[in-house]
Ligand binder design. Structure first.
Ligand code: GAP
Length: 472
């Protein structure tokens, strides 16, 4: 995190005004990494799963969130210190004390546990108040004066996809499954975001809604992920390693489509550079699952700094959302398909972007005797190359700029650096995970060749200037 702040990967927002927890800026280097992570997810779902991409407003009229059930149910359990007023998520306080998962417990159980375990305000030791439901949505208004309309900042992208279902159904020429991808910001007024960029109040989601026939929740491409073997935790807290093939055959994962997208997500995370040995699949407990879901599986990363981090949630949302919008809006969500009339079911794959971003950073951080750096995969690294003149004289700097312009003209993201010793420049490039460094030296002036140095092995090769792009 020290490198991240110092080198412009991420840093807390609003720093000069003292900061507000739950908000982070992506700096100039971080934004490149974030876009690469988004691209890996987007390319997969658009190119390989033939999804449509849409982009809807983040500010939504109240009706959407009344229909979806969020106004009534989208709440966490809040307790406040009666002495200093500090707010806490009651389940997190219990979890810290017992070291056991507590996000499925109800108000009564949490009040009892706080009493029994003698949990006090971690800040001042004061007595904690009664636990109550606290709605996580940011409320605001659209328009002025008496005509203003109650509105919310969306806490998930999903609903803005559902309300366009009829239109998308027509645009998609009435075929199932219909996959719709949306990436953008979501907002949650989290109670006490004390975990850096893991729990944000404004964050990115990439959510895919697959509208499917309720009787067809299989995947034609399941063979591609069958063999993946991972650690699984079931809703009854059973923990074991199993292949996706066996998990489906033994009905540990009941819906093949959920198993398929768990497998695909596992592959995507691995491609981003997240350590696959730290990933596991966890099924939500019956009393933990969101109100709209009949079955939910998360992929979690076990972090050195933050314990378990949920990266993606894959849910069978049944026809809950479409039916709810049909009831409130009056628009018919039934379709006629293959001789049947029904409301499609939804299988949702809900990725956060910021959390995988953090896990990429944690997984790729490498500490060697003489250097600390990020071992990002090439298509996640902020830049593909750094270009250096060995010295800033005898025309080497001019030639290096020519090389830099040549490769950026060819669409390769690169940085040009001419300050300090060559060793320091290599170290600076390694630190932010740039995979290749191109150096222009005296030999370049004689035969138009440059050296390309590899970040991980530090080995160098010589290539002709006009072959740099191919070599990279
Ligand atoms: N539409 C379903 C949905 O929103 P979720 O499990 O609440 O499901 C999906 O969120 C993903 O969004 C999570 O797996 C996580 O990666 C990300 N996410 C949720 N809340 C977040 C927060 N406060 N900060 C950062 N990421 C968050």
């Amino acid at each position: 995190m020290d490198i991240a702040k110092r080198r412009g990967i991420i840093y807390p927002s609003f720093e000069i005004y003292g900061g507000v927890s739950g908000f982070y800026d992506y700096g100039p280097v971080g934004i490149r990494i974030k876009q690469n992570i988004e691209r890996i997810i987007r390319d997969y779902f658009i190119l390989k799963e033939n999804c449509f991409e849409i982009d809807s407003p983040v500010l939504n009229p109240e009706a959407i969130w009344v229909a979806s059930g969020h106004v009534e149910n989208f709440a966490d359990k809040l307790t406040q210190c009666m002495k200093c007023g500090e707010p806490y998520r009651a389940d997190h306080l219990v979890e810290e004390k017992t070291k056991k998962q507590a996000d499925h417990l109800g108000i009564r159980e949490l009040n009892e546990l706080i009493e029994e375990l003698g949990i006090k305000c971690p800040r001042c030791g004061g007595k904690l108040g009664e636990v109550y439901d606290y709605n996580l949505m940011f409320h605001t208004f659209i328009g002025p004066g008496m005509k203003k309309e109650s509105a919310y900042l969306r806490p998930e992208t999903a609903q803005t996809t559902y309300i366009s279902f009829r239109r998308l159904w027509e645009i998609g020429r009435k075929k199932l499954p219909l996959g719709v991808f949306q990436i953008g910001k979501s907002f949650r007024n989290e109670i006490s975001p004390r975990q850096g960029m893991i729990r944000l109040r404004e964050f990115y989601q990439a959510e895919i809604q697959f509208f499917v026939d309720p009787e067809k929740k299989e995947s034609e491409k399941f063979d591609d992920v069958r063999e993946i073997e991972v650690e699984i935790i079931t809703k009854d807290d059973e923990k074991f390693r199993i292949s996706l093939n066996d998990a489906v055959e033994d009905e540990v994962i009941k819906t093949q489509m959920i198993a398929y997208f768990l497998g695909r997500s596992f592959q995507l995370f691995e491609r981003m550079g997240i350590n696959p040995k730290r990933l596991r699949f966890r099924q939500h407990k019956d009393d933990e699952r969101a109100f709209y879901s009949s079955d939910t599986w998360d992929i979690e990363f076990i972090s050195n700094n933050f314990g378990r981090i949920e990266l993606v949630g894959i849910s069978d949302r049944t026809d809950y959302d479409l039916r709810a919008h049909m009831e409130l809006s009056g628009q018919d969500m039934n379709i006629n398909y293959n001789g049947k009339k029904f409301i499609p079911h939804v299988i949702e794959i809900a990725y956060g972007i910021d959390r995988p971003f953090y896990c990429v950073i944690e997984s790729c951080y490498t500490s060697e005797k003489d250097r600390k750096y990020f071992r990002f995969p090439e298509d996640v690294a902020p830049y593909s190359a750094a270009v250096f003149p060995l010295v800033n004289k005898d025309g080497l700097d001019k030639k290096a700029l020519e090389v830099f312009n040549f490769i950026t003209d060819n669409g390769i993201y690169a940085v040009y650096d001419k300050s300090g010793s060559i060793g320091r420049r290599y170290a600076r490039a390694d630190e932010i995970g740039i995979p290749k460094c191109i150096t222009i030296d005296y030999e370049t002036m004689e035969n138009d060749t440059v050296t390309i140095r590899d970040r991980d092995t530090r080995r160098q090769i010589r290539v002709k200037m006009n072959e740099i792009c191919k070599a990279l």
